[in-house]
Design a protein around this ligand. Structure first.
Ligand code: AMP
Ligand code: MG
Length: 438
């Protein structure tokens, strides 16, 4: 099935979250294919290693060297030829003839009956294939060591050349969202810069007559625009280029001009507000003029209404690309939930990431949770541990879609599946953490 945003199936009164995700992924795939067909050399760039955090690797990184570059010791101990080992408890006695340090290889050869004191990481000297850790020797002096013949097997405690990585083989695959360990790995191979996908340009705007920017005074009935700031925080974690298009009034001309302006500058536009039933009518008309945008009612809480689709390439936009559009609901918590649930993975996918979904873990619910089957719920919660050390969750405060404090105090979502009914205390539930060690 082709998932046009206005496919009647997607406009049903209760679109399953999974169906919405599938439709988004399919449309993003089409955009990628179209973009590849246009071809654009500026889709990648070379950046220095320390600028590459949270960027997406554009091509396989091939190791220019074997790692480790030579056989070396995995322990502090004594290196020797393992031929003297066996199955008996008979004592092996070896003469110690020198020391091998990390970074300072021992040049001589070790003969049977001899050993070398060796430090972790030091190159294995010629004639040695085994290391007995210091603490396993039964006797040691400055000139000789003893240990039982059956204490270890030949080849133990030695790291082989190329054991971690072989020269010419991929050390990191294209599509990796680069994490600190990837930068360390690249550095360990002597690589100082990486080819990454260019930063996506993501425009954000807030719509609503009641909204005021920070620094403005609040007149009666007005509120501060918080959505642009939570979206900026969410997007900054993905190391993207953010184009802030400010606040737009609930007026067709302003809205249309703002959308055109954003779509000229950006690959993706994320707006919030203006998609709920009362307001959707004129936004719908504008968006339909600009492209193919569907107005979905997703079976989820919070975040039921959402507009999604593409704007046609704006005249003069180069390259002539479409703009991916997300019209998120206005409620501050719904914005964050729909971002985590739909937008984040779409942005990663559009930029070529091979892993787009956050991990889900399970925890024990400390208290009952009311839940109606027929919609997916994202409750804000705190993940902790009970006295047995098992993971537990408890919901934070009032769960209204406009109550940002429930989100601010939480560290995770409890995700209650579409068909799930009420939860009783002690049930295991799915949990997605807001932050992770990456
Ligand atoms: P809407 O989807 O435009 O009907 O908005 C739903 C609710 O979210 C209303 O109470 C709005 O005042 C509020 N809201 C919309 N946009 C924002 C925003 N940018 N910051 C804070 N609250 C907002
Ligand atoms: Mg509004």
């Amino acid at each position: 099935m082709k998932y046009s945003p206005n496919n009647p199936i997607l406009l049903t009164s209760s679109l399953h979250v999974d169906e919405a995700r599938k439709a988004i992924a399919q449309l993003v795939n089409e955009l990628i294919a179209e973009s590849n067909a246009i071809g654009d050399a500026s889709d990648t760039e070379i950046v220095s290693l320390d600028q590459a955090i949270n960027r997406i690797l554009a091509e396989d990184l091939l190791s220019p060297i074997d790692v480790p570059a030579a056989d070396n010791s995995a322990m502090d101990g004594y290196a020797f030829d393992g031929k003297c080992l066996g199955t008996q408890s008979a004592t092996v006695s070896l003469k110690m003839i020198g020391t091998a340090f990390a970074g300072k290889p021992y040049e001589g050869k070790i003969n049977p009956g001899e050993c070398l004191k060796i430090m972790t990481g030091a190159v294995m000297p010629a004639g040695c294939d085994t290391v007995i850790p210091q603490e396993f020797t039964s006797d040691q002096t400055d000139t000789h060591i003893e240990f039982p013949q059956n204490q270890l097997k030949p080849g133990e405690n030695r790291r082989l050349r190329g054991e971690d990585l072989q020269q010419g083989k991929p050390a990191i695959r294209a599509g990796r969202l680069l994490r600190p360990s990837d930068l360390g790995l690249a550095a360990s191979l002597g690589i100082a810069s990486l080819k990454v996908k260019r930063k996506l340009k993501v425009a954000i705007l807030s719509s609503g007559d009641e909204l005021r920017s920070l620094g403005q005074t609040l007149d009666a009935g007005s509120i501060y625009d918080s959505n642009r700031h939570s979206l900026t925080g969410l997007l900054n974690r993905l190391n993207l280029e953010i184009i802030d298009c400010g606040i737009v009034r609930d007026d067709p001309t302003s809205l249309k001009n703002a959308f055109i302006d954003a779509a000229t500058k950006a690959d993706v536009l994320i707006s919030s507000g203006g998609v709920s039933v009362g307001e959707a009518d004129f936004t719908k008309q504008i968006m339909q003029e600009l492209g193919d945008v569907g107005f979905w009612k997703i079976a989820m809480r919070p975040g039921r209404p959402m507009a999604f689709g593409v704007f046609k390439p704006i005249a003069g936009k180069s390259p002539a690309r479409k703009t991916l559009f997300f019209g998120l609901p206005g409620n501050p918590v719904a914005v964050m939930v729909t971002f985590y649930q739909f937008v984040r993975s779409a942005l990663l996918q559009l930029n070529g990431a091979n892993q787009t979904e956050p991990p889900i873990i399970q925890a024990i619910s400390e208290a009952p949770i009311r839940k109606k089957p027929g919609r997916t719920e994202f409750q804000r919660a705190i993940l902790g541990r009970n006295t047995d050390g098992r993971p537990t969750v408890r919901l934070t405060g009032s769960q209204g879609a406009g109550i940002l404090r429930s989100m601010s105090e939480a560290n995770c979502f409890v995700i209650l599946a579409h068909d799930q009914g009420n939860i009783v205390a002690g049930d295991w539930v799915d949990v997605a953490l807001f932050d992770g060690l990456l």
